[in-house]
Ligand binder design. Structure first.
Ligand SMILES: [Zn+2]
Length: 285
């Protein structure tokens, strides 16, 4: 069973909501994305794992050599918006501009059209068909933004938990992994949850998914491995969501890559879909 491992490539201040909107101030904040991503690339190389990097367009424009290195290492390059904005707060026109700018930023470096998209903050859901119209019109083959859970920032708790074709579109959706326990979806896919839950629980959760014939779809941010960074003016919530459990992250990645097979999301794409095809998998437990 091949599981998918993904990286949302962004700097620490682009993901923090307290600094995300201060684009004019970004150049004055300490950029750590190159250093942190190189450490992650070293780990991936040592396990000979190829994954998907969803690259923020802004980062691609600032650090093209980093994106070149990611591609040279054999990883898939998808897009993650340009300024890391909540898609749910954009108009269709604004989203179209963000998307076009992010595509151009990575295409300029890789020479290839990206197949995959991940919305910043997992901020899209099935009730936003215009997003999928635009993704399809721009040649994307899949999206991986549904997170079937709910927290303070994001979530789409009613989303199908497993990969499926998006209604009326030739696009697959790869929701981030959750485990259904006692009628509740527990996120095990990455980020805060991967940092916080004991590894034994994550391992058990992935085994449960695989036993049902479903791949795990995991994610990490480079800043989650960067122990040297601490921005002092974070809010209390950000101190928890961004910084808690970073010390154990590297060890957990080693365990994951030892215990399971991972590949890029494109390796999970199913061929030969037309808009009339039935959904592949919408089964809920
Ligand atoms: Zn992000």
């Amino acid at each position: 069973m091949i599981n998918a491992f993904t990286v949302d490539l962004e700097d620490w201040f682009q993901g923090l909501t307290s600094t995300n909107t201060l684009v004019d101030k970004w150049p004055s904040l300490e950029s750590r994305v190159v250093l942190a991503t190189k450490a992650l690339l070293d780990i991936l190389r040592s396990f000979e794992v190829q994954v998907t990097f969803f690259v923020l367009g802004y980062v691609a424009d600032q650090y093209p050599a980093l994106v070149e290195q990611i591609k040279a290492d054999g990883h898939e390059i998808g897009v993650h918006g340009y300024y890391h904005r909540f898609v749910s707060r954009l108009t269709p026109d604004e989203f179209a501009q963000e998307l076009e700018r992010s595509i151009k930023a990575v295409e300029r470096i890789t020479g290839e059209m990206p197949l995959g998209h991940r919305a910043p903050y997992f901020s899209i859901n099935a009730g936003m068909p215009w997003v999928f119209d635009l993704l399809q019109a721009n040649g994307f083959r899949y999206d991986s933004s549904f997170f079937p859970t709910r927290n303070m920032l994001y979530g789409f708790p009613d989303a199908p938990r497993f990969p499926h074709w998006l209604n009326g579109h030739s696009l697959m959706e790869f929701p981030l992994s959750t485990l259904r326990l006692g009628g509740i979806n527990l996120p095990i896919a990455g980020g805060f949850y991967l940092r916080t839950f004991p590894y034994a629980f994550i391992r058990w959760g992935i085994s449960q998914l695989n036993r049902r014939g479903q791949p795990a779809i995991m994610y990490v941010h480079p800043w989650e491995l960067d122990l040297g960074q601490r921005y002092k003016r974070v809010t209390f919530r950000e101190r928890i969501t961004h910084y808690h459990g970073r010390q154990r992250m590297q060890h957990k990645l080693h365990c994951l890559f030892t215990d399971f097979h991972f590949g890029p999301l494109r390796s999970l794409l199913k061929p030969g879909h037309s808009q009339d095809s039935p959904p592949v998998s919408r089964t809920e437990s």
